[in-house]
Design a protein around this ligand. Structure first.
Ligand SMILES: [Ca+2]
Ligand SMILES: [Ca+2]
Length: 230
């Protein structure tokens, strides 16, 4: 057991070293590592984190703790600045990092407007991050962003695929989620815009990013309808 733990630790270190080389200019300091750290963030995973943002001299520009609203996003989709896309990789839930992002991997020469104030052009940014949650979309996501009320449907895939082309478009997916919510058969995660939840659920499942959820990709209840293939 000891040896397998050591091997795991060594391989994680190698992974971290490789990742750091790739990151180039993003500086990552791990400030807290939970004892249990096996499930690591990677592209396509859903992450939820808190951060304090400062300039290198320690002056604060922003903090998610003030509004108590975490940043929720899917890694690898360009939803956050490039420095954070790389800085949040290979990280486990509960882990804390100090991520220093140079301007060209943050907002570059642009001024970034915030709710209060703005970030001047050419700023290096320091984020003290705590990763709250890492979810593998195939395993965890739909049930965390959308709950079934009462009985789980048996074939959400077939029910969503209104035009019967055996793939689910964004529109079909959104319509189905709204239909379930409107008829009290499902509930969206409270506290976030429904459209954002739908976007996230959709992009988690559309793994090859072709704009459709295939039968194979679909993470909800589904029945393979063989006769459709004839
Ligand atoms: Ca369809
Ligand atoms: Ca797809």
């Amino acid at each position: 057991m000891v040896s397998s733990v050591v091997i795991l630790a060594v391989s994680l270190q190698i992974f971290a070293a490789l990742a750091e080389e790739d990151l180039g200019d993003v500086k990552i300091e791990v400030t807290f590592k939970p004892k249990r750290c096996i499930f690591l963030s990677r592209e396509g995973y859903f992450l939820r984190y808190h951060y304090n943002g400062t300039y290198p001299d320690g002056t604060k520009f922003d903090s998610s703790h003030e509004t108590d609203e975490t940043v929720d996003f899917v890694l690898g989709r360009g939803e956050v600045i490039k420095g954070m896309e790389t800085g949040l990789r290979g990280m486990c839930a509960g882990e804390r990092r100090k991520i220093t992002v140079p301007p060209h991997l943050a907002y570059g020469d642009k001024r970034e407007e915030l709710l209060e104030g703005s970030i001047p052009p050419g700023s290096t940014l320091v984020f003290e991050v705590e990763l709250i949650e890492v979810l593998d979309p195939m395993d965890d996501l739909p049930k965390n962003l959308f709950w079934w009320v009462g009985e789980t449907p048996t074939n959400s895939f077939g029910d969503s695929d209104v035009n019967r082309d055996k793939k689910i478009s964004k529109e079909e997916f959104a319509n189905y989620c709204h239909m379930m919510a409107d008829s009290d058969k499902g509930v969206f995660l409270p506290g976030r815009r429904e459209q954002d939840l739908i976007d996230d659920m959709f992009s988690f499942q559309d793994r090859n990013r072709d704009g459709f959820i295939s039968f194979h990709e679909f993470a909800g209840p589904k029945i393979h309808e063989k006769h459709d293939e004839l």
